[in-house]
Design a binder for this molecule. Structure first.
Ligand SMILES: [Zn+2]
Length: 372
């Protein structure tokens, strides 16, 4: 089956912001897989004059193979990523406060694998670093276990909120992190939903290894490619990487970060140890082969987005949002649906010789990708 070209309008965007002046943004093209360096990559999607998304046929990693230059991202995270208005803290309900206080020293979020699992490893006096600590919520919990907590955070505003919780936070980017940052090394390093935003993935691991003790523990969480709604990935500039469990395991092992527990759900979470002493024979081979590689072809992309591969059956509107009652990234396709969420209205659909999804925005005079 050949590819598909879709010309669309966007009617509503509730969870997303458009970028003004896209004509002034310079893009970078990536020819090699950012994980395994293979040149064996296939283009999945192209947004006219903007983002391209490709997948590595060797390690299954998906990533924006055409993306704005790094300087654009830096500016975005320091200036536009959040504003005081958006980040005003919502009032906690009595129930939330009770749960938090009753569960001091225990993970306070039900079904929270990171909290549950970390609680087995975090001991009193342990030095814990959160890379991209945001408002410091997680470190605040780790502190209740008796950990000595530190964070780095690119947004000055968020860093300040975390400082107000008594956390030692530096307002720096991950590539600036080294032994001098806190004049110490760490027993546990944690990074949740950070890595998919990182421009140069190697810099993240280089920095992490500078400050993680040998045999220190780590936890990395990212969205799970195999549970993603692909259309959102194709339009969303801030997530540069879409990890599969396999590609995340691979990059960890390449950096001597050996996974001993992998949660493969709506997000992928890896727990492990840096240069552990006694790795059982064949362990690395086994864990590398545990997760199947899912390589998308054009039919699977159409099925993921439209639940059909037949062009004549593809409905006219797609509505999606983050719905509390459904899994993250819930979406639905409707004919003539109304709604105040993200509405993507298809104006024209046609066959393409190239086997990719080619997206062309009809009515935009300012932007061709979304950021939030
Ligand atoms: Zn690869």
């Amino acid at each position: 089956m050949s590819g598909t070209k879709i010309i669309f309008n966007v009617k509503n965007q509730q969870n997303t912001i458009k970028v003004p002046n896209i004509e002034n943004i310079k893009f970078n093209d990536i020819k090699n897989c950012v994980i395994c360096k293979s040149r064996n990559i296939q283009l999945l999607s192209e947004l006219k004059g903007s983002l391209q998304t490709s997948q590595c046929l060797e390690c299954s990693h998906m990533f924006h193979s055409k993306k704005p230059k790094e300087s654009w991202y830096r500016k975005w995270y320091s200036k536009n990523w959040d504003t005081k208005k958006k980040m005003t803290q919502s009032k906690k309900t009595l129930k939330q406060t009770l749960i938090e206080n009753l569960l001091v020293g225990k993970p306070a979020i039900q079904g929270d694998n990171i909290g549950n699992f970390s609680s087995n490893y975090i001991k009193k006096g342990m030095k814990v670093l959160d890379i991209g600590c945001g408002n410091g919520d997680r470190l605040h919990h780790f502190k209740k276990f008796g950990a000595d907590v530190y964070g780095i955070e690119a947004s000055n505003h968020r860093a300040n909120i975390a400082r107000n919780k008594g956390i030692n936070v530096k307002n720096i980017q991950v590539n600036e992190l080294d032994k001098q940052t806190f004049n110490t090394k760490f027993d546990f390093i944690y990074a949740s939903h950070v890595l998919e935003h990182v421009y140069y993935i190697e810099e993240f691991f280089q920095s992490m290894k500078k400050v993680l003790k040998t045999e220190g523990f780590f936890s990395i969480a990212v969205p799970n490619q195999n549970h993603d709604y692909l259309l959102a990935n194709f339009l969303y500039a801030l997530h540069i990487h879409f990890f599969s469990p396999k590609s995340l395991i691979k990059i960890c092992i390449m950096n001597d970060l050996i996974p001993f527990k992998v949660f493969n759900e709506h997000q992928t979470v890896i727990f492990g140890q840096y240069k552990p002493k006694d790795i059982p024979k064949n362990f690395i081979k086994q864990i590398s082969e545990t997760y199947n590689t899912k390589i998308y072809n054009h039919q699977e992309i159409l099925e993921n987005i439209f639940e059909t591969t037949k062009l004549e059956e593809i409905n006219k509107r797609i509505i999606w949002s983050n719905n509390k009652k459904k899994d993250f990234g819930f979406y639905s396709t409707f004919k003539n649906a109304s709604g105040q969420r993200n509405v993507f209205e298809i104006l024209k659909i046609s066959k393409l010789k190239k086997s990719i999804l080619f997206l062309e925005e009809n009515n935009s005079n300012s932007t061709k990708f979304w950021v939030r």
